[in-house]
Design a binder for this molecule. Structure first.
Ligand SMILES: Nc1ncnc2c1ncn2[C@@H]1O[C@H](COP(=O)(O)OP(=O)(O)OP(=O)(O)O)[C@@H](O)[C@H]1O
Length: 257
């Protein structure tokens, strides 16, 4: 189990959500969501399929607008930003999606350089090279620099995807199902990497997962989305000490076959 990060700053909410509601026509997905992500924290968001976890991430990143409520990210109210301000804010958020979305026709080096060429235009080639080395070393894959994504395993592609996100030095990381589709040993490696990223880059992260082994390994705190609200919140033990049948089912699904 994870030792809670002592560097978490509870005075500094990098994400603060109050009274968030979101419906699609008559279908209410998020009923009353309140959430804090503290600086330096790994927060795990648990919830069954279709409970609105991706909708929440899209609202945090400004891809969807809330119907009601306040969503503050790094001190800015997301739905009040202009498109330009939103683009700027998004650069401070790193997204690690389920399919690592690497460019198949580019080498690992070119994949990693791509965001820098696009967003840090004044950077020299030597500075780019150095950053590529730093993030590759951070994910333990320096030797793959000249390889093509097709030559990498699923776990390696996932790590390169995380490296490509880290290269822009995000304040916040959003991991969507980081261990989905990976074998148990690779899952352990990815969990370790998520914790190393937190320590080394001092990021604050939201990790969306169904995988309770991952949740326990990376989460300083977890919240569980049930019926459009966060009904359980706390450490792994606190969340799963509940008598609520829905919470028990979630646990049994992971650990009792
Ligand atoms: N743009 C949209 N228009 C209409 N309904 C939507 C839209 N986006 C999401 N939904 C609905 O909102 C609900 C929550 O979807 P969401 O993708 O957030 O679930 P999730 O918790 O991320 O699920 P999973 O774990 O399977 O990825 C679903 O019923 C989905 O069909």
């Amino acid at each position: 189990m994870k030792k809670i990060n002592p560097k978490i700053n509870r005075e500094n909410n990098v994400i603060e959500i109050r009274g968030l509601k979101k419906a699609f026509d008559d279908f209410v997905v998020l009923k009353e969501v309140n959430l804090d992500l503290y600086q330096g924290e790994n927060l795990v968001v648990l919830g069954r399929s279709g409970t609105g976890k991706s909708v929440l991430i899209k609202i945090i990143s400004g891809l969807l607008r809330p119907d009601e409520g306040v969503v503050n990210v790094l001190g800015q109210q997301v739905d009040k930003l202009t498109p330009k301000e939103l683009d700027k804010l998004r650069l401070r958020i790193g997204f690690s999606f389920q399919n690592s979305a690497l460019y198949d026709s580019m080498t690992v080096r070119e994949n990693l350089e791509f965001p820098l060429i696009r967003h840090s235009k004044s950077m020299t080639k030597a500075e780019r090279d150095e950053l590529v080395q730093v993030v590759l070393e951070a994910v333990g894959l320096s030797q793959t620099i000249n390889q093509m994504p097709s030559e990498l395993s699923g776990g390696q592609r996932k790590r390169i995807g995380i490296a490509r996100t880290l290269i822009l030095k995000p304040d916040i990381m959003l991991y969507d199902e980081p261990t989905a589709g990976l074998d148990p040993i690779t899952c352990i490696e990815i969990n370790k990497l998520i914790n190393q990223v937190q320590e080394r880059f001092n990021t604050s992260s939201i990790i969306i997962t169904h995988d309770l082994t991952c949740a326990r390994a990376v989460g300083d705190r977890m919240v569980m989305l049930l019926d459009g609200e966060f009904k359980r919140e706390g450490t792994f033990e606190e969340v799963f000490s509940s008598d609520d049948e829905r919470v028990k089912m979630f646990y049994d699904y992971n650990f009792v076959s």
